[in-house]
Design a protein around this ligand. Structure first.
Ligand code: SF4
Length: 275
């Protein structure tokens, strides 16, 4: 087991990130991290969604304090790219709170929360966010606006309607908000199962049903301070060819809308390569 829980991030727009659970209970079908563990360590889907803490509360506190000293002032900490910081297990393990509390009290770092359980996040840590509202950015991942369709691809996360409500709430609390449309899923095979998702799939005629239009998605949410858009990665070659075409065709329209409405947005480099 690695000794640190906070480290430099490999995500291009991020500075530091934290990883303190193994697995993620939200069980998204497109999860990059699950895909990585499946390929390299033979982790099964049912093992992945039984997320467990990597460290005890005391150790999390100690390692966070050490990281603050090690990295020094002026950083941004992203929670988290390795798992969701507010999946159900955190409701009683509370490692996210321990780390945030330590960081917000003992450093000048900015904290960038990113979750698919924002309702739970506000319920558990809303008061902490409000106390440090100058340094907390509240972020939500949105890949669809339809609760039923989202359930098929993110089966155990909060539905999009709830996430959008939570964004409104965060705004009224005075927090800066951000939205990650990553992955932008232009098409999705149906029925989407964990097996079919990563394997060759030629049911292309069914894909249209899952078309996600980022403009339609953005129109439904309160204007965030930042939008990140990224592509769907790690899929079969055949599927990849199809979605590249969709990205190419639709991106102009998406960026024109965002520019016209004055959104602050960033397009991730993997998506930039194909548009
Ligand atoms: S919330 Fe993120 S880390 Fe968790 S399963 Fe979904 S994509 Fe993976």
């Amino acid at each position: 087991m690695r000794k640190e829980i906070i480290r430099r991030s490999f995500v291009e727009y991020a500075d530091l990130t934290a990883s303190y659970y193994q697995g993620c209970q939200h069980g998204c079908l497109y999860c990059y991290n699950f895909h990585f563990h499946r390929r390299n360590f033979g982790v099964t889907y049912s093992q992945w969604i039984k997320a467990r803490p990597k460290v005890s509360i005391l150790k999390a506190k100690r390692l966070t304090y050490k990281a603050i000293k090690h990295f020094g002032p002026g950083h941004k900490l992203y929670l988290s790219f390795a798992h969701d910081p507010y999946m159900p297990v955190d409701g009683y393990r509370r490692l996210t709170y321990i780390i945030l509390d330590e960081v917000l009290k003992n450093s000048d770092w900015i904290v960038m929360i990113l979750t698919k359980a924002p309702e739970r996040a506000l319920c558990l840590d809303g008061p902490l966010f409000e106390t440090y509202s100058e340094r907390v950015w509240f972020g939500v991942t949105l890949t669809h606006y339809d609760d039923v369709k989202a359930k098929r691809i993110e089966p155990f996360a909060e539905p999009p309607s709830q996430r959008i409500q939570a964004l409104w709430k965060a705004k009224t609390m005075g927090l800066k908000t951000w939205v990650s449309i990553e992955p932008w899923i232009p098409l999705l095979p149906r029925p989407a199962t964990i097996e079919s998702f990563y394997e060759e799939n030629d049911r292309l005629k069914d894909f249209e049903e899952y078309l996600v239009d980022p403009v339609e998605l953005i129109k439904r949410i309160p204007k965030p301070d930042l939008v990140i858009i990224g592509r769907l990665n790690h899929i079969s070659r055949k599927y990849d060819k199809v979605i590249r075409k969709v990205y190419k065709k639709r991106f102009k329209e998406v960026s024109a809308y965002l520019n016209e409405k004055g959104y602050n947005f960033m397009v991730k480099k993997e998506l930039m390569k194909v548009i």
